[in-house]
Design a binder for this molecule. Structure first.
Ligand SMILES: NC(=O)c1ccc[n+]([C@@H]2O[C@H](COP(=O)([O-])OP(=O)(O)OC[C@H]3O[C@@H](n4cnc5c(N)ncnc54)[C@H](O)[C@@H]3O)[C@@H](O)[C@H]2O)c1
Length: 244
């Protein structure tokens, strides 16, 4: 039995990277998927949710995945208009979509909401204040919405990917020196294929996660398991080689 047979799934940012992989997975498991992927102002979120409900007659799963990133810049150098745009797309869009999706899910007595946050929302990254604060906001909005709507049968969770090999990070992955730098600090030694994270999203959306709500699930190849200290196993092994 497919996990999402006849479920209606609404996905933002669904034509590329993680959104695309997740849409494929949902469709493969029987879902009807409604995708948006345009640089739309957040006000259009209401119209998009209404169009989905009108077309399919219901809404079971909301996956807010659309995201904008930034080039590294300190607050001093960051263009305020870009900061506003990132917050609008990443965080305000989540608020707005949920605002109009939740009443429908309440009517149905059940629903699952998932958002794409980031490890950059859990810890700080040099020069990524705009992106990081938008993703941190997603994590705490997730917790609050989970509390507010648990009684109505609605679960709300987010996924926090580390490096995923998608067009968003092409400036890094297409520059061998930068990719190597990043891979060196990831314990698993590689970025994720977006399909690996799509499986986490599908799990959170499914009844397999029926007792999970208000959580931020990190999928980062072990990166945030480290306190940031040097790898002393490696350092000591190299020192012994030098001593020998
Ligand atoms: N790639 C990574 O390393 C990485 C790491 C952590 C988190 N993320 C997050 O994963 C999510 C998916 O990104 P991706 O890596 O698949 O990148 P991607 O560039 O392949 O996909 C992002 C999609 O979002 C769409 N989008 C942007 N603004 C939109 C808007 N206002 N309305 C609708 N769609 C919009 C883009 O057109 C694009 O198709 C994003 O939220 C991103 O912040 C990515």
């Amino acid at each position: 039995m497919s996990r999402f047979q006849d479920k209606v799934v609404f996905i933002t940012g669904g034509t590329s990277g993680l959104g695309f992989e997740t849409a494929q997975l949902f469709i493969h498991e029987g879902a009807k998927v409604f995708i948006t992927d345009l640089e739309e102002p957040p006000e259009d979120c209401e119209a998009a949710i209404k169009a989905c409900i009108k077309h399919y007659g219901r809404l079971d799963i909301l996956f807010h995945n659309a995201g904008l990133c930034q080039s590294p810049a300190s607050v001093v150098d960051q263009d305020p208009a870009l900061y506003q745009k990132i917050i609008n797309t990443n965080l305000f869009g989540y608020f707005y979509l949920a605002k109009f999706a939740i009443p429908q899910m309440e009517k149905q007595g059940k629903g699952a909401i998932i958002a794409t946050a980031s490890m950059a929302g859990v810890f700080g990254d040099y020069g990524f204040g705009s992106y990081g604060s938008s993703k941190a906001g997603i994590i705490n909005l997730t917790r609050t919405m989970a509390l507010d709507h648990a009684g109505a049968g609605i679960r709300v969770n987010c996924v926090c990917p580390g490096l995923m090999l998608t067009p968003m990070v092409a400036p890094i992955t297409e520059t061998p020196m930068l990719l190597e730098l990043l891979e060196k600090v990831i314990p698993m030694g590689r970025g994720a294929h977006p399909g690996e994270v799509a499986k986490v999203v599908a799990f959170l959306a499914s009844d397999d996660a029926s007792y999970i709500t208000g959580q931020a699930i990190i999928a980062d190849g072990g990166l945030t398991a480290s306190s940031g200290q040097p790898n002393f196993l490696k350092v000591f092994a190299e020192m012994q080689v030098l001593d020998a």
